[in-house]
Design a protein around this ligand. Structure first.
Ligand SMILES: *[C@@H]1O[C@H](CO)[C@@H](O)[C@H](O)[C@H]1NC(C)=O
Ligand SMILES: *[C@@H]1O[C@H](CO)[C@@H](O)[C@H](O)[C@H]1NC(C)=O
Ligand SMILES: *[C@@H]1O[C@H](CO)[C@@H](O)[C@H](O)[C@H]1NC(C)=O
Ligand SMILES: CC(=O)N[C@H]1CO[C@H](CO)[C@@H](O)[C@@H]1O
Length: 314
């Protein structure tokens, strides 16, 4: 399915003078949605399977304004509903101007792990079909579609970034990612659609599920995070020597940022030394409780949305 973009013209009268704001919107522009700010559940058929997802529209959703879209991929043994609650990403403080979409994996997982029930090509096709459905139903700014995810969902975000389907997205932000499909220096499975492709990763140095140092994970071999970042630095044409490192909280938090050609910060990494396998947040939540932790120093949902706001697909 393809949907052609059309132009939405929003004319605003300011002190009697008309200022026209023109921007691209998808086929869903003009379709009304009576229940914004309430997460709704949908299904579609992809590769012959029933798939499901949920959508949260901002409270002030207007069908004539094109919105950025963020896809949020849950971790293993989970569903979009839990990811949404854990990250709080549907709250206006994080996504007051964005459409949030939470896809559900088959068997609580995403492709790439040795226990995944579907192939990488099937899950990538689902992402493509899901984007078509979202563009058809809602007013989407096609140049501002983003993906984030946790654990195996973060790993799958990287799988998307490494594939042709990645061409639909402006930027990617995996967290605590298990990069099963991108785990050897030959990069045989990673052919990004363009360069640079903005990527930001957040990872706990004390992660006991997806080790910072890589190795045998639950669903296969994982790269160590610095090595994996080096691969993206090369793919994105970043100046590795010019990488900046900012430390905070007595060195517990390290923020690394690369300049890639003219794109400053097109590769970024946040390492929290004492954080385990959870969503980084200054507020307690269940992914922290489940690994016996409390709040950490940084707010992943805010960092990720701020990162996305910097990038538009060229
Ligand atoms: C949107 O929903 C949230 C959660 O239910 C609620 O706290 C908030 O007040 C709502 N916003 C508006 C503008 O209605
Ligand atoms: C909708 O509300 C958000 C804050 O939650 C604000 O950032 C955005 O500008 C508002 N959009 C419109 C069209 O008023
Ligand atoms: C998946 O890979 C891990 C190694 O990372 C291994 O321990 C496990 O036995 C494998 N599981 C299956 C079902 O192949
Ligand atoms: C377990 C836990 O603390 N869950 C909290 C996650 O955040 C939401 C939104 O702030 C709370 O309502 C939950 O109680």
């Amino acid at each position: 399915m393809r949907f052609t973009s059309f132009r939405t013209v929003v004319a605003t009268a300011i002190f009697g003078a008309a200022a026209a704001v023109t921007s691209e919107g998808t086929a869903g522009c003009g379709k009304s949605h009576p229940l914004p700010n309430i997460t709704q559940y949908f299904g579609l058929t992809s590769s012959g399977r029933d798939r499901s997802y949920s959508v949260h529209l901002p409270a002030n959703y207007s069908e004539t304004a094109p919105y950025p879209v963020v896809l949020g991929f849950h971790g293993s043994s989970s569903v979009g509903l839990f990811f949404e609650a854990d990250t709080k990403m549907s709250e206006a403080r994080f996504s007051g101007n964005k459409i949030m979409v939470y896809p559900n994996g088959i068997g609580g997982a995403w492709a790439g792990a040795n226990y995944s029930e579907v192939s990488v090509s099937e899950d990538l096709q689902f992402v493509s079909d899901l984007l078509d459905a979202v563009r058809a139903a809602y007013c989407v700014d096609d140049s501002r579609i983003y993906a984030t995810g946790m654990s195996i969902g973060g790993g799958f975000v990287n799988t998307i970034a490494c594939s042709a389907v990645g061409s639909n997205f402006a930027a990617f932000a995996p967290a605590s990612g298990s990069f099963y499909t991108d785990n050897d220096a030959l990069h045989g499975n990673c052919t990004p659609a363009r360069s640079p492709l903005p990527v930001l990763e957040i990872h706990g140095g004390a992660d006991q599920s997806v080790y910072y140092a890589g190795g045998a994970g639950e669903g296969g071999q994982e790269p160590d995070i610095p090595t994996w970042l080096g691969w993206w630095a090369a793919r994105n044409g970043c100046d590795d020597a010019g990488k900046t490192v900012e430390e905070s909280f007595d060195g517990d938090v390290q923020h690394m940022s690369w300049t890639c050609g003219s794109a400053q910060g097109a590769l970024q990494h946040w390492k929290v030394d004492d954080m385990g396998h959870c969503w980084a947040s200054t507020e307690i939540n269940f992914s922290q409780i489940s690994v016996g932790e409390g709040p950490t120093h940084i707010e992943a949902s805010q960092i990720i949305m701020d990162f996305f706001d910097q990038y538009t697909k060229p």
